[in-house]
Design a protein around this ligand. Sequence first.
Ligand SMILES: O=C(OCc1ccccc1)c1cn[nH]c1
Length: 243
Amino acid sequence: MRIDVITIFPGYLAPLREALLGRAIGAGLVDLAVHDLRSWTRDVHQAVDDSPYGGGPGMVMRPQVWGEALDAVLALDERPARIVVPTPAGRPFTQATAQAWTGEERLVFACGRYEGIDQRVVDDARRRDLPVDEVSIGDYVLVGGEVAVLVMVEAVVRLLPGVLGNPASAQQDSFSDGLLEGPAYTRPEVWRGLAVPEVLRSGNHAKIARWRRDRALERTAQRRPDLLAALPEDALDDADRAF
Ligand SMILES: O=C(OCc1ccccc1)c1cn[nH]c1
C-alpha cells in the first residue's frame, strides 16, 4: 500500500516512521510519502489560507493550492487512490473503515487546518470520479488533520498482512466481534495483594472463553450500550443473554 500525506507540517508525521509502522515501511509493506502543501503555493508569502466568504471567524484553506497539490501528488503513482480528508464534520472512522481501507492500493491524506479546506476541492475531486472520504476520528476539534492521520494510518497499517507479528491479535481486537475487550492479566499471580481471577489459571479453556465473553459483555453494557444495541440479532447466544 502506498500512503501519501499532504500537510503544512510534514514534521507532524515523523512518528509514522517509528516502531511497528517504521518496520512495515522498511519491510516494503507500506510506501509512505509526506508532502509540504506550501510547495504548491506561488506567492512570496506562500499563503495557504484566506478569509471565509460569508464572513465569520477563522480562515479557510485556498482551493488553488490544494487543487494543484492533489493533482501533483496523485500523478506521482498510477495506482488508483482513495483521498481521505480528516474533519470533525466527517463520517465516523471506525474499525470497519480501517478494515475496508486495507483493500486500497493507495491512500492520499489531505490535512486541513484553520476552518478547513474550501469545499470545492472535494467537490472537484468527486466530480472527477475520484473516491473522497471526509472522515472524523471523534467528536472533538483538533487544530489540524495531521494527528487524525497518525491515528488512521496506524489503525489501517496494523491490519495489513505481515505487519503484526501475531495476526490473531488483530482478529481478536476490540470491536472485531462488536464488543469491547475485557480485562487482561499477566504475571505475577498476586500483585499488591490483587490476585489474577482464578478461572484464568484453571486451564479450562471453555470456562475461560465463557468468562472472557461475560467480562466483554459486562464492560460493553457498562461503557458502550450503543455497541450492544447495534449487535446483529444472532450475535448473542443464550449464554450471552443469560449474562
Ligand atoms: O479536528 C479534526 O480534524 C482537523 C481539522 C480539519 C478541518 C478543520 C478543522 C480541524 C478532527 C476531529 N475529529 N476528526 C478529525
